[in-house]
Write a protein of this length. Structure first.
Lengths: 314, 314
């Protein structure tokens, strides 16, 4: 029986591992099929993780985490978890891809979320070198420059507004004439003064050179095309919350999730199921920043320690 | 008019400054009368801030923060803020000790909380060298050793339970016969197996040598004394939430606070007053860890940016 099972090895999962084991839980396993570090390891530069300075990549930022987080006894199992369910004894059952299971008193899930691809040529090639899915992370690198945003929903518009404060100009590329966003947000976009709407336009290709992106070509409904020369392209066309592990055999979720599939938690990262916590990008209202995910991990770990103590000694 | 006023220069305030300015807010001032860094700078060792490793002090951990957080335009004013109020125009007024005021569109308050002193000889001298007020932070340094806990409320008992998982034995020193804590928590303390209750006992003196604490002497109601030889003494006799800046002339608070004076916030650090955010140790359910406070700061900053954009362009 595990004291705590941690699903996911990003900043949230690693920090949860550090805090649970350092706080005295003896038998804690972090399930992460790949190398720990999470999505941020794909980032070419990060300068907003407080306390770690210099021009560093996401990979370099995360380099010391696994050793630091595992030195108090956290175990790492390189296996995919397919599902978390309730066990007959009222605890949790961790289902692994190899068919075996493990029982756990508490579970912290931090499997993140994955931005959807917009589907244009060059999107993968230039990802992290001009193509980004995070304005908060990368917007500042284009201070005073022009950028393009692809998308027409609430997130796209909010991120365009965020970028408009930093960048000289934002081209907002949307495949339709109308946005599907809150009226107030649309109004702010129109009032911003430096957001040019590029409507009825589908992004065809991001082009560039060895240094990175130099522009994006869009195609309009009438068949004409336009080259927009920008060093940065931000895509916000939705994302998939990686909540598969919480899906039960009957299609329901183990705990409450919202309409977007994000796990509903309270300020202490507790789901509506006792002993089950959700952390990082998969939870509601996630700021999707490394420092926030790490904070979530610590918060959930302290709750898990108290929960385990309560069921063992309560 | 400031875009954002940040009150307090600990990990939460510094990170809020980093994220607001890097996110495009032009006029942001952090009010901190002393050196930035916060309470953690008094800590002699910290090993649980993810990504920063090695045997370092709290002071060393915080060393790079001010420069990193200020390189995007955050200003630091070394002045005491006495009060934050609503201005006539519906924004916020920052009252400074020198009698001047500053108007701000948004405010992020992170003034922390201060543990109360238990009031025994040696408490100040040995603080950070065996006397601690944070089990999560310092408990692990006493792994397999014996420690003493001073206090009889919920926090004291919960921290004693936390320490009991890590330490060989915990002496729980309380001045009364009965605890003022949740019945279930008291039960768990009695069931823990390695918590010895030292009741009707008042701590008189912590003693030690150049290396730190070696023990604590308590005095019982009947006048007898006992020396408990331990290298660590944890005091949990309450704390003061530093919420003075939110107190208005009529004695009310600018926003909702709970019975302990902690600021009520939602998962995005929003108080019940639009444009006013609370972060770090002063908010409800605060885990009181550097990484959590920093996460709060980033979270509140992103909210403040959106709020300011909404009132300027909405």
């Amino acid at each position: 029986m595990l004291d705590c099972a941690i699903i996911g090895g990003g900043p949230a999962g690693l920090t949860a591992g550090l805090y649970t084991t350092r706080g005295g839980l003896a038998n804690v396993v972090m399930y992460e099929k790949g190398m720990p570090g999470g999505q941020i390891t794909q980032s070419s530069e990060i300068e907003n993780y407080p306390g770690v300075t210099g021009e560093i990549t996401g990979m370099e930022l995360m380099m010391p985490w696994p050793e630091q987080c595992q030195r108090f006894g956290l175990k790492h199992e390189m296996v995919e978890v397919t599902r978390v369910s309730k066990s007959e004894s009222g605890h949790f059952l961790i289902h692994k891809l190899d068919g075996t299971t493990e029982e756990a008193l508490s579970v912290i899930v931090g499997t993140g979320s994955t931005p959807k691809k917009a589907g244009f040529v060059g999107e993968e090639t230039f990802f992290g070198r001009g193509v980004s899915t995070c304005a908060t992370c990368d917007g500042f690198f284009y201070k005073g420059k022009e950028v393009a945003v692809v998308g027409g929903g609430d997130t796209a518009l909010e991120e365009a507004l965020y970028l408009a404060k930093i960048c000289a100009k934002v081209y907002l590329i949307h495949r339709r004439e109308q946005f599907r966003a809150a009226p107030n947000t649309i109004e702010r976009v129109k009032n911003s003064g430096n957001i040019e709407l590029v409507l009825n336009a589908v992004p065809e290709e991001v082009y560039g050179d060895k240094m990175g992106v130099t522009g994006i070509r869009v195609k309009f409904q009438d068949g004409s095309t336009r080259n927009i020369d920008v060093p940065g392209v931000f895509t916000f066309v939705g994302y998939n919350v990686n909540n598969e592990v919480l899906k039960q055999d009957d299609g329901s979720f183990l705990c409450e999730v919202n309409a977007w599939g994000e796990v509903v938690v309270d300020i202490s990262m507790r789901t509506n199921v006792h002993g089950l916590f959700a952390v990082g990008d998969m939870r509601i209202a996630a700021p999707k920043q490394v420092v926030c995910a790490a904070g979530d991990g610590a918060t959930a770990a302290l709750q898990a320690i108290a929960y385990v103590d309560e069921i063992l000694n309560g």
